[in-house]
Design a protein around this ligand. Structure first.
Ligand code: PLP
Length: 448
């Protein structure tokens, strides 16, 4: 197909996630043709430095031959094995065991999904099942954070707290609630301890208002991603986990973005010694080379479900592609690359350079805040640094900056609310960081 016909076919037939359909038809698609390392090539031949790892997932970088080989080998050997009923495949079983070995000690059981949204959805179903099976059917309410993102499944979108995911979709449900985000830059907390205390108090107040007997769980991202990379202080995650324990509700860590080295250690929970009741993962699990997510479950939740269920009755939850052997083979090779391949170590070693590059831009007239942990970061744009006043949304400044950056050979993520997000691959070199920040600064100067 010629480039114009491709663009026309896209306009006519392909529905893109999270765009205005009419705006997309008018703008047309940017077709990516290939990628290698941390560089993308579009169909017009432009080379682009990817500072967002695709959609916070290609943590390994592109074109890893060992991942391609693992996938091809598994495809040739056994391209599909149902995980339904009592079947399984070697890579899926090995990957489940590997995840249990690598994740917080509380997590002993793994349910594979196709991505993050259905991992969140599955976690919600398991939680409902758990409380029904353990004789506490009134525990149905779920609490999450404002600005949180937990995917766009029919139920999970209600836990997400971004307006576009609610508007027109009749969520959140009456059982879904949101407490304030730990957003230091947009709140006047005296210090980190005050922020942590405010979050704990908000959770306690919400549980009290709903009645502890009616509340099932608290879901959170250890660092909020799609809500604008909101980085709570160290200690926040542990405090929220402990609060859930005291309140008698399950604590669910959604590590779809923060998992697999994005914030330094393999999981953000690990850094604070947090042991969740459930954890959702995806993205870096296969580094985007194939779709896969997972729910990791504590033994207590698993045993509650298993003991409380009729042994002869099937548990009615499943996906045809759960534990897909090709995705699992990819996941196993990606896990090897994180550890033996040195990716985690490289991500940790490069994080100070990333932080320094973002923080240096605080001197730029457009930048009010720089926040980061590991290789996850954001800049927040302001028109007045003293008042922290953002630019009017109608200016669409982040979109304009992202478009200008594209012209300078750089791709990152523009969020509403004047936020630019960055999630470079764990394999970034020093000189690739130099290139990122040179191109970014040039772009910011151009739009000034
Ligand atoms: N949870 C979090 C924290 C996410 O960031 C995302 C996606 O960005 C999801 C869930 C949904 O994952 P997916 O897009 O794979 O369905």
């Amino acid at each position: 197909m010629s480039i114009p016909s491709l663009i026309e076919a896209d306009r006519r037939h392909l529905i893109h996630p999270v765009v205005s359909y009419r705006a997309h038809e008018a703008r047309g698609v940017t077709v990516l043709e290939s990628a290698q390392g941390v560089f993308l090539r579009d169909i017009d031949g432009n080379a682009l430095l990817d500072a967002f790892s695709g959609l916070w997932c290609v943590n390994t970088g592109y074109g890893h031959q060992s991942i391609v080989d693992a996938a091809a080998k598994q495809m040739a050997r056994l391209p599909y094995a149902t995980g339904y009923f009592h079947f399984g495949s070697e890579p899926a079983i090995q990957l489940a065991a590997k995840l249990v070995e690598l994740s917080p000690a509380s997590l002993q059981h793994v349910y594979f999904t196709l991505g993050g949204s259905d991992a969140v959805d599955s976690a919600l179903r398991f939680i409902t099942h758990y409380y029904n099976a353990t004789g506490r059917p009134s525990k149905k309410h779920i609490i999450a954070l404002q600005r949180g993102y937990h995917g766009s499944s029919a139920i999970g979108a209600g836990l997400t707290a971004l307006p576009a995911f609610h508007r027109n979709f009749d969520v959140p449900l009456p059982t879904q609630h949101h407490i304030p985000s730990p957003y230091a830059y947009r709140n006047d907390y005296a210090d980190d301890d005050a922020l942590i205390a405010a979050s704990v108090a908000a959770l306690e107040a919400k549980v009290e208002a709903l009645g502890a007997d009616n509340v099932a769980a608290f879901f959170c991202e250890p660092i909020q991603g799609s809500g604008g990379v909101i980085v709570p202080p160290v200690g926040w995650l542990k405090a929220m986990r402990e609060a859930c324990r005291k309140l008698g509700i399950l604590f669910v860590a959604d590590e779809v973005i923060t998992g697999f080295g994005r914030t330094g250690p393999l999981f953000a929970c690990e850094a604070e010694g947090v042991e969740p009741d459930l954890m959702t993962v995806a993205k870096g699990l296969t580094a985007g080379y194939a779709p896969m997510g997972a729910v990791l479950m504590s033994d207590a939740v698993y045993q509650g479900i298993a003991d409380g269920s009729d042994v002869s009755a099937a548990i009615g939850h499943g996906h045809t592609y759960s534990a897909h052997p090709v995705s699992a083979a990819i996941g196993l090779e990606v896990m090897r690359l994180y550890h033996e391949g040195g990716l985690l170590a490289n991500g940790i070693a490069r994080a100070p350079r990333f932080a320094q590059g973002l923080d240096a831009l605080l001197a730029h007239p457009l930048v009010g805040d720089s926040r980061h942990r590991g290789l996850l970061g954001a800049l927040e744009l302001v028109s007045d640094k003293d008042t922290r006043q953002g630019f009017d949304a109608s200016l669409k400044l982040p979109d304009r900056i992202a478009a200008a950056a594209y012209g300078n050979g750089l791709v990152f993520r523009a969020f509403g609310d004047n936020i630019l997000g960055f999630a470079p691959a764990l394999c970034y070199t020093e000189s690739e960081f130099d290139m990122l920040f040179e191109r970014l600064e040039k772009t910011l100067d151009e739009v000034l």
